[in-house]
Ligand binder design. Structure first.
Ligand code: GTP
Ligand code: MG
Length: 200
């Protein structure tokens, strides 16, 4: 799929105020700093459509982007950032879970995981929660440029083994690098396929 247009639509913290249009929607979620906003820029061929930062906690709201005039990409705040105060962490968590529970247009959640790290309880718990709530998701491993191919393979194997302790099968996953444009075609082809099968 070619991205012909990508426009910022709106930012907000209230699910009720998200765009009303019944367009297929894909959301990026994961720990702060994992590379959600960078991935959106990579997919849309734009340097700073979504705001990125080396400091975790950059994205604080629900951001909608309209792609090719007929579907939405959503950039969300990260979870699990220790330096955010407890009360704002709670607020974040509330609107993130509300977003996933209430957003009818959501076709698939992409859970981003830094490929360098061991499986983290917070990600595993979040995927468990998605599963329990019947929300379809795929995993996107990020920052693949930071590992050699052999190490990438090893880390994926480890991840898969941990997932198989609680899941019947490994969810669909993608290996990406926003700095090297890795995984873009596969991810866009997948979204394209979902778009053509969905009826909202
Ligand atoms: P929050 O909005 O704070 O939750 O973070 P985020 O998940 O949106 O991460 P963001 O895209 O802002 O990227 C965080 C940092 O990781 C930035 O310094 C990026 O340049 C860097 N980064 C993101 N993707 C990649 C990647 O594929 N490779 C490398 N090497 N660095 C990356
Ligand atoms: Mg961000």
């Amino acid at each position: 799929m070619d991205i012909k247009s990508a426009e910022f639509v709106m930012s907000n913290s209230e699910i009720a105020k998200c765009p009303k249009a019944l367009l297929p929607e894909y959301a990026f979620i994961g720990r702060s700093n994992v590379g959600k906003s960078s991935l959106i820029n990579m997919l849309t061929n734009r340097k700073s459509l979504a705001k990125t930062s080396g400091r975790p906690g950059k994205t604080q709201l629900i951001n909608h982007f309209l792609i090719n005039k007929n579907w939405h990409l959503v950039d969300l705040p990260g979870y699990g950032y220790a330096r955010v105060s407890k009360s704002s962490k709670k607020t974040f968590q509330k609107f993130i879970t509300q977003y996933f529970s209430l957003r009818e247009q959501l076709v698939c959640a992409f859970v981003l995981v830094d490929i360098r790290h061991e499986p983290q309880p917070i990600d595993l718990e979040f995927m468990q929660w998605l599963g329990e709530n019947g929300i379809p998701f795929s995993i996107i491993f990020t920052k693949a440029d930071k590992l050699k191919p052999k190490a990438t393979e090893r880390h994926i194997d480890t991840y898969q083994n941990v997932m198989l302790e609680t899941w019947e099968e490994m969810p669909k996953y993608f290996i990406t690098s926003s700095s090297k444009n890795t995984g873009k075609e596969e991810l866009l082809a997948y979204i394209d396929e979902l778009n053509s099968n969905i009826k909202l």
